[in-house]
Design a binder for this molecule. Sequence first.
Ligand SMILES: N[C@@H](CCSC[C@H]1O[C@@H](n2cnc3c(=O)[nH]cnc32)[C@H](O)[C@@H]1O)C(=O)O
Ligand SMILES: [Zn+2]
Length: 432
Amino acid sequence: MKTVLEVGGAVIDASTVIPQPLHFVIENGSIQSYALGRYESQANQEPVEIIRKGNRIAMPGLVNTHGHAAMTLLRGAGDDLPLMTWLNERIFPLEDKLTEEAIYWGTQLAAWEMLCSGTTTYTDMYMMMHHAAEAVAESGIRAVLSVGVVGFDETSRNNGIQRSRAFHQAWHNQASGRITVTLGPHAPYTCPPDYLHELARLADELAIPAQIHLSETSVEVDNALRDHGQSPIALAQQVGLLDVPVLAAHCVHVTDADLEIMAQYGVHVAHNPQSNLKLGSGIAPLPKMLERGLVVGLGTDGAASNNNLDMFEEMRLAATLHKGVAQDAEVVPASVAFDLATAKGAKACFLGDQHGTLQVGAKADIVLLDASSPHMLPQHNMLSDVVYACGADDVRDVFVDGRQVVSDGVPLTIDVERVQSEVLRIKEQFRA
Ligand SMILES: N[C@@H](CCSC[C@H]1O[C@@H](n2cnc3c(=O)[nH]cnc32)[C@H](O)[C@@H]1O)C(=O)O
Ligand SMILES: [Zn+2]
């Protein structure tokens, strides 16, 4: 059945703003058309579901290009530490205690948080991913998933390859096409060069992209120079990883030579400003990346290094942080930050042009914001309001693939009381 969605105004994409009442016609999960004014039904027409939300602003759902969803379970469990100490001394030992059901409920919690804060697509690299995929399928969110792979020894190397193959086989293009699978080599400091080479060949064989953490901290870069005589980016290129499509998370400490390699190989970047600040990693040279035409998206990273999954914060931070660094208010304008958080983000995680916009033909991944709250008035510029004035609390209704998953702030696909009690129960496992 067709759905008609009437709203007060809309940001269609980073360059199209319609500040007048309009209606979208949604069919088979996509936006079939939109037009100004109210929907006029015609006699003898097929049945239509009409959703009238006059006092709302419509925008494309946000795309989170980097994260570890079930890390919601570790939120606040290791704050105020630098990356390597945080990972090795706090996070990895806690992750050893995670069970399959913990991954499921942690991902449900993440889906709840993301959907209610306007994220309709997210990217995940974690473990026991079949259980994350179940939570994605049930919650109705769209996701780009990968098994996080490390190569500390022969066993972990073989496991990584087998699990990645099995996960791809089981879940690629599943959940009505909402799930796509990528390969997830964790990082050059957890995957030795020959293993990265093997994983690049696997990505090539399966014809899927890879996502990896690259050049997140200066310590990582110094160690790579010491151990391999080259930067993590140059190493990734040398082992053949950049011969397959790659989404590189962070890229905080990249030289001009690194950026040159990234441009040459068309490396996509997930920029995670808040996680990079919180872990004291630094600030990625986003303006330089954009100047070189790199495809960049925004991400939250896991909830243990952020500590929430709110993409409005990342969007605003991307738009303000780099102005401060450059002492130039023209750097990363609102429309660019919005693009990174929507259409460019979708491209960064290898989804097609029909993602991250509300243009005709796009996937109906739509977020409606409350237009009546004080900071949303008087609407000189709706795009500016969304980037600079608005926040996750303004999200009222969310649609993914044409299906409504949040209504007036209430998630329709998530049993929130159950998620609350399971997550609190699972927390006790970490004390054992
Ligand atoms: N340790 C897993 C595989 C890694 S999954 C992805 C990993 O990335 C870790 N992670 C989360 N955020 C970051 C980050 O910012 N940089 C590097 N690793 C991170 C996360 O804690 C998780 O261990 C295994 O047993 O096979
Ligand atoms: Zn990460």
